[in-house]
Design a protein around this ligand. Structure first.
Ligand SMILES: O=C(O)/C=C(\C=C(/O)C(=O)O)C(=O)O
Length: 293
């Protein structure tokens, strides 16, 4: 990946969603990037995004009707979580975080991240983001985060799932799969990767994010081909799904989504008031704000 290949700019003027989201609705997968002069990007990153600071994310959420969020560390900042932590500290507890950490991360550093609002660690196994996480390192980090009650988030290319599943099944913490396992919508819901995902989801350690319709779709906007995969996952596993905008949509090379239109897809993905509240409010609360239950 040419790190200077132009990423598309996030949609400058997203529509107001057609639907009013339930109180406490959470964007469970989004990012803050930079500003780069305050929070430098990783020199080993495979891409260099434009700045997407916490203030812009806050304004987007106000526009969409989202009041909580999970800020996911992205590889462009590597394991320097400072921009994400800065956003959490400015959120009055309304934002939680998922960090990326080194194998030798100390208990003290993890505790400091926890105190800031971090509740898990992310591992990338996506070709265009560089070398996949070392399995031994993952297992070492899992042992370190257990005392904090954290979970892990795994982000992988669909074709990797068959080889990755046996490794993941050895891990005894909650695991959240990003972007529906990045399946290719054009291969249909009977494709191997989606069947493997459904099978993995039978194990209650696994959750899945029904985010990334713009990444899963091959038909393009309004991404209804991808929304069908999300609808199936919500229908089958209503208590172990999360949704997010994935703003500012790094590495989207075409069809940058209108985030308001992504919210509108929830009419397909979670068509009842109950399923929408479970997806956007109850499930995020159980994972990220259990102290409020
Ligand atoms: O933001 C996402 O979830 C997707 C991408 C980027 C990352 O996950 C990252 O930089 O860590 C991608 O598909 O390039």
């Amino acid at each position: 990946m040419n790190m200077f290949s132009p990423n598309l700019t996030p949609h400058p003027n997203p529509k107001k969603p057609d639907i009013r989201l339930p109180e406490g609705a959470c964007d469970a997968h989004c990012h803050v990037f930079g500003p780069g002069d305050v929070f430098p990007y990783s020199t080993s990153a495979t891409y260099r995004p434009e700045d997407a600071p916490k203030e812009r994310l806050r304004a987007l959420h106000d526009h969409l009707g989202l009041s909580r969020a999970v800020i996911v560390q992205a590889s462009c900042h590597g394991t320097d979580n400072a921009a994400m932590v800065d956003a959490l500290l400015a959120s009055d507890g309304k934002w939680r975080g998922i960090a990326m950490v080194e194998r030798d991360v100390t208990p003290e550093a993890l505790q400091a991240l926890h105190d800031a609002g971090v509740r898990g660690v992310r591992f990338n196994f996506v070709n265009h983001l560089g070398e996949g996480a070392d399995h031994d390192a993952v297992l070492e980090i899992v042992e370190k985060i257990k005392p904090l009650g954290w979970h892990i988030v795994v982000h992988f290319d669909a074709e990797k799932l068959e080889g990755l599943a046996p490794f993941l099944e050895k891990i005894d913490v909650t695991m959240i799969i990003d972007h529906m396992g990045r399946v290719d919508a054009s291969k249909g819901t009977d494709q191997l990767a989606f069947r493997l995902l459904l099978k993995l989801m039978e194990d209650k350690r696994f959750w899945v994010k029904v985010s990334g319709c713009e990444r899963v779709s091959r038909a393009g906007p309004p991404f209804h081909d991808a929304a069908e995969f999300a609808r199936i996952l919500v229908e089958r596993f209503p208590d172990r799904v999360l949704w997010g905008t994935d703003w500012p949509h790094p590495n989207i090379r075409a069809n940058m989504p209108d985030d308001g239109a992504l919210v509108d897809l929830l009419k397909i993905i979670a068509p009842t008031e109950e399923s929408l509240k479970t997806l956007l409010v109850d499930n995020p609360t159980r994972l990220y704000w259990p102290e409020t239950l």
